[in-house]
Ligand binder design. Structure first.
Ligand code: CO
Length: 299
């Protein structure tokens, strides 16, 4: 009770204090050179990758985003500290979302569309929402800042993604051969999206399977399903925006615990296809659709 009253008093003082500085803020805001004439900026946020060949996926996203919004500046941010450090050693400097937003704010940008390039609305997306949101309450900060959803956020997204998968399966694959997709997986509740994806996929093609590296369904789950169906051959494809380390090593690597090795050992011939989802336009369109929704709210 006492505690509650204390917070109420503090909040009231804070309100009065903020109320007091508003006119000064507005005045200072007017001095912001040309800030009002500036249109919105787009900040694309991904986990990142240090594998050069995987960059093709990001290049494709950027090309599509620039084509959709020709006059809007496009910036990138990587959430992974490890990857940013790795790239910095080779002279490539990538910002975290927080640094990228601070720079945009510094440049007088008043409206930002932050587009998550994550697959699921998991921990990284929610952290991004919290930290990006913190930039909204700042003096002389952004007037508008909106965060676009990751690829697999709505039921409509799952439909689009399942349809898109059907179009990217290699033509050489025969119907009795399985297609095994490797999602990242998470401990976050939104990991359930992968289970939902398997359902959507199997309604279109019963021989397409979804597994994850760190969540469920696991490789063991998928292996069990393949064996119970007597599958003899499987096409392995990453279900991630880029074909990075997980695709190259965990999916198709020569180590005994890679998916390729484990399934081969179980008597299933494996054919890996190392391409990130963002290299396919049908998938880029899903992120782009979310960005379009956000941009429609900015001027
Ligand atoms: Co990972």
């Amino acid at each position: 009770m006492l505690r509650k009253r204390f917070f109420m008093t503090v909040s009231l003082c804070l309100l009065l204090f903020l109320g007091g500085v508003v006119p000064a803020t507005a005045q200072h805001g007017m001095g912001h050179k040309g800030a009002d004439e500036k249109g919105p900026a787009i900040l694309l946020v991904t986990f990142g990758t240090s594998i050069p060949s995987a960059q093709a996926a990001f290049a494709n996203i950027e090309e599509k985003v620039r084509a959709a919004f020709p006059d809007v500046p496009v910036k990138w941010a990587y959430t992974s500290y490890v990857i940013r450090e790795k790239l910095a050693k080779s002279g490539q400097h990538l910002d975290s979302p927080e640094v990228a937003l601070a720079k945009l704010m510094d440049e007088g940008c008043t409206q930002v569309a932050v587009q998550s390039l994550h697959m699921i609305p998991g921990a990284e997306f929610h952290e991004l929402k919290v930290n990006a949101g913190a930039f909204k309450g700042m003096v002389d900060g952004f007037e508008r800042l909106l965060v676009g959803y990751p690829a697999l956020s709505t039921s409509e997204d799952l439909t689009k993604a399942a349809d898109a998968v059907m179009t990217i399966i290699p033509k050489e694959r025969k119907k009795d051969e399985a297609v095994v997709l490797m999602g990242h997986g998470a401990h976050h509740p939104s990991n359930a999206v992968y289970e939902a994806m398997m359902y959507r996929l199997q309604r279109r093609d019963p021989n397409v399977y979804m597994g994850t590296v760190e969540g469920t369904p696991s490789l063991d789950d998928v292996k069990g399903m393949l064996l119970s169906k007597g599958v003899k051959k499987a096409w392995l494809m990453p279900f991630m925006s880029v074909a990075g380390d997980h695709a190259v090593n965990d999916l198709a690597g020569e180590e005994p615990d890679s998916w390729k090795s484990v399934l081969t050992e179980a008597g299933i011939a494996c054919e890996p296809v190392i391409r990130g989802l963002a290299e396919y336009d049908a998938f880029v369109d899903i992120w782009l659709d979310h960005l379009k929704v956000v941009m429609a709210h900015l001027k």
